[in-house]
Design a protein around this ligand. Structure first.
Ligand code: PLP
Length: 403
């Protein structure tokens, strides 16, 4: 019997876990499932901008070999200019690493940093890869609360409470998956001040930074922390609807002098994986340059904007449900009245909904949310699908009782 490594014992990654397995089983027996579970734009009819496809076609034959480990010069130059536009301080081309999606770089940055027993502050709810990678690296993920009453902003008092002498870093996800929150400057400044007082590295996952609605402005936290060491992550999976191409990046900024040894570790791991997908790197300059057509989806009349309006309006009026209207990305994280429905197990709730109404959602626990009272909705599907789903959820909740 071959057993999996004990390193995986405490790793949870439910975004593709048991509820999804059950949905796959149902699908394979011919059942059609309404999928509100995954943030992958292409299957929902979102198309890649033409110039990106054109550029990749033109360059494909030049992309047969490995690139430098950190990435092609032209890609990193474009990312550096992007960092300048976002006022991220003290960034040279050497501070930019491309990756096979942000996912690879989350893993790499955690592996290079954490020793057994090191603690890292991660939001609850989170994008669970952060917790999984920190745990796999031997670190201890300590979850700080984001406050639903305050538009899902990080609870600064809770962050302070959870810092110990083992805390090395804090992760923020802004704009946020799964809540759709966009953090204002005061909140970011509050986090920077805590990091400053406690000598923490700031990791900021900003993969949704170009998917902001209602005239909101995305601020990179690194731009507020020139005296701290920050690592900012972004990529093209969501903004250019090319999650399958696998291209993301990370930007080291601010006070790099205090992180020389860690940076050496990052460089070593980056060299060990040789390089990220080169055809996908080859389109970064074209994708980041000029007009960002994703914004067409995010204004009134645009698909993501209208889909948000539709699902928000439909869900907020269902008895026993409440929801904070998201301002960015394409997620929302509604709350269930657990007393009304006698809910004690949110995974069971997601399974019951799946089996009864053929709707696939991920329960809050999949995002390290401790109470059994939330689930995430991805509003990438078209309005007709969202309406049908909301009607079915309303009907389900009109009779559902867990115990
Ligand atoms: N970070 C967040 C917050 C995400 O939601 C996702 C994907 O859903 C990722 C990172 C991973 O993105 P990538 O496709 O660049 O690996």
């Amino acid at each position: 019997m071959f057993k999996k490594s004990s390193k995986l014992n405490n790793v949870l990654y439910d975004v593709r876990g048991p509820v999804v397995d059950e949905a796959e089983r149902m699908e394979s027996s011919g059942v059609q499932i309404l999928k509100l579970n995954i943030g992958n734009p292409a299957p929902f009819g979102f198309r890649t901008p033409d110039e990106v496809i054109y550029d990749m076609r033109q360059q494909l034959t030049e992309c047969e070999g490995y690139s430098p480990a950190k990435g092609l010069f032209a890609a990193r130059k474009a990312i550096m200019q992007y960092a300048q536009l976002k006022n991220i301080p003290n960034v040279t081309i050497e501070d930019i690493y491309t990756g096979n999606g942000v996912s690879e770089l989350i893993n790499l940055s955690m592996s290079a940093l954490l020793d057994d027993g090191d603690e890292i502050l991660i939001p609850s709810p989170d994008y669970p890869l952060w917790t999984a990678c920190a745990t796999l690296a031997g670190g201890k993920a300590v979850h700080y609360l984001c406050d639903e009453q305050a538009d899902w902003y990080p609870d600064l008092a809770d962050i302070r409470k959870k810092i110990t002498r083992h805390t090395k870093a804090i992760v923020i996800i802004n704009p946020n998956n799964p809540t759709g929150a966009l953090y204002p400057k005061e909140v970011l400044e509050g986090i920077v001040e805590i990091a400053r007082q406690h000598h923490l590295i700031i990791f900021s996952d900003e993969i949704y930074d170009r998917l902001v609605m209602d005239g909101g402005e995305h601020i990179s936290i690194a731009s507020l922390a020139p005296d701290l060491f920050c690592v900012t992550f972004s990529g093209l999976s969501k903004s250019h609807m090319i999650a399958g191409f696998r291209i993301g990046w990370m930007i080291l900024s601010g006070n790099k002098a205090i992180a020389q040894d860690y940076i050496e570790g990052i460089r070593m791991l980056s060299n060990m994986r040789l390089c990220s997908n080169v055809p996908a790197q080859s389109i970064v300059q074209t994708a980041l340059g000029g007009y960002q057509s994703v914004s067409n989806y995010l204004t009134p009349g645009g698909r993501i904007y209208e889909q948000r309006e539709c699902i928000y309006q439909a869900l907020k009026d269902i008895p026993g449900l409440s929801v904070v209207k998201p301002k960015a990305a394409f997620y929302m994280f509604p709350k269930l009245d657990v007393k009304k429905f006698h809910i004690t197990n949110d995974e069971q709730f997601a399974l019951d909904l799946l089996r009864d109404k053929k709707i696939l959602l991920i329960h809050g626990g999949g995002f390290h949310w401790e109470q059994p009272d939330h689930f995430r909705v991805v509003y990438l599907p078209r309005i007709e699908v969202l309406k049908e789903s909301a009607d079915k959820i309303a009907d389900f909740l009109s009779y559902y009782q867990q115990n």
